[in-house]
Design a protein around this ligand. Structure first.
Ligand code: DX5
Ligand code: ZN
Length: 221
C-alpha cells in the first residue's frame, strides 16, 4: 500500500503566528513540515534561513523537510542540519557537482532529496538516483507560493514513477507547487507520494484544510 504524505509549506503561513500555525498543522495530522529557503539568486525571491528553522525546531517534532532553493547548497549543509533539518532537498540546477553535494548531505546525517524544475529532464538524476531518498518534481517554477500547477509536470511525475519502478529505485516522489484539493488525486495517480501544499493549507481554516487533503488522498492517520 502506498503511504501518502502531506507536507504543508510554511512559506504560506502567517509569520506573525508561525509557531501557532505549525501546531495546528501538526495537530491536524500533517506528516512533514516543508521549509522553503530562497536566496534571491537561484530564485528571484528571498524567504528565510537558519534562525527561523532553529526557532521552530523548538516547537515541533515533525519531520523538517528543507527545500533549498539556493545556489551551491553544499556550502551550508551542516548549518541547516544544525538548525534542525531532518531532510534536505537540493536543486539539480543549483549544484556544480550534484553527486558530491548528495554525498555531503548523506554524510551530514539527514535524508537527501534532489529537485528538478519544470524544464529540467529526469535524465539529470541519472548519476545520483541510487543514493536518493526523495526526488522533488517541481510542478511550478520555484520562487513563489500561490502559482498554478503546470499540467506537463504531471506527465513528468508519471514518467519518473515508471522509470523508478523499472530500475527498482526506492526514493519517494514529491510534488511541490500549485497542489490543492482539485489536483492532488491526479498527481497521486501519476505516482507521487509526498504532497507539498502552501496556499491550499494555510489559506482559510488550516485544520479543515489538512483534514480535507488527507481524506482526498486517503492519507492514513
Ligand atoms: C515554491 C515553493 C513551494 C511553495 C508552494 O517555490 O517551493 O513550496 O511554497 O506553495 P503553493 O502550494 O502555494 O503553490
Ligand atoms: Zn518547496
Amino acid at each position: 500500500m502506498v503511504m501518502f504524505k502531506l507536507a504543508p509549506s510554511i512559506l504560506a503561513a502567517d509569520f506573525s503566528k508561525l509557531g501557532e500555525q505549525i501546531h495546528l498543522v501538526e495537530a491536524a495530522g500533517a506528516d512533514e513540515l516543508h521549509i522553503d529557503v530562497m536566496d534571491g539568486i537561484f530564485v528571484p525571491s528571498i524567504s528565510f534561513g537558519m534562525p527561523v528553522i532553529q526557532s521552530i525546531r523548538g516547537v515541533s517534532k515533525m519531520f523538517f523537510d528543507v527545500h533549498l532553493m539556493i545556489t551551491e547548497p553544499v556550502r551550508y549543509l551542516e548549518e541547516f542540519v544544525k538548525a534542525g533539518a531532518d531532510g534536505i532537498t537540493v536543486h539539480a540546477e543549483a549544484c556544480s557537482d550534484l553527486k558530491e553535494t548528495v554525498k555531503r548531505v548523506k554524510e551530514a546525517g539527514v535524508k537527501v532529496g534532489v529537485s528538478i524544475k519544470p524544464d529540467t529532464p529526469i535524465s539529470v538524476l541519472e548519476d545520483v538516483e541510487p543514493y536518493l531518498d526523495r526526488v522533488l518534481v517541481m510542478t511550478v517554477n520555484p520562487g513563489f507560493g500561490g502559482q498554478k500547477l503546470i499540467p506537463e509536470c504531471v506527465e513528468k511525475v508519471r514518467e519518473l514513477a515508471k522509470h523508478r519502478s523499472s530500475c527498482s529505485f526506492s526514493y519517494d516522489i514529491q510534488v511541490d507547487g500549485g497542489i490543492g484539493l482539485s489536483n492532488v488525486r491526479e498527481v497521486a495517480d501519476a505516482g507521487a507520494e509526498v504532497f507539498v501544499a502552501g496556499t491550499a493549507v494555510f489559506r482559510g481554516n488550516i485544520l479543515q484544510n489538512v483534514k480535507a487533503f488527507k481524506e482526498e488522498v486517503g492519507v492514513a492517520d
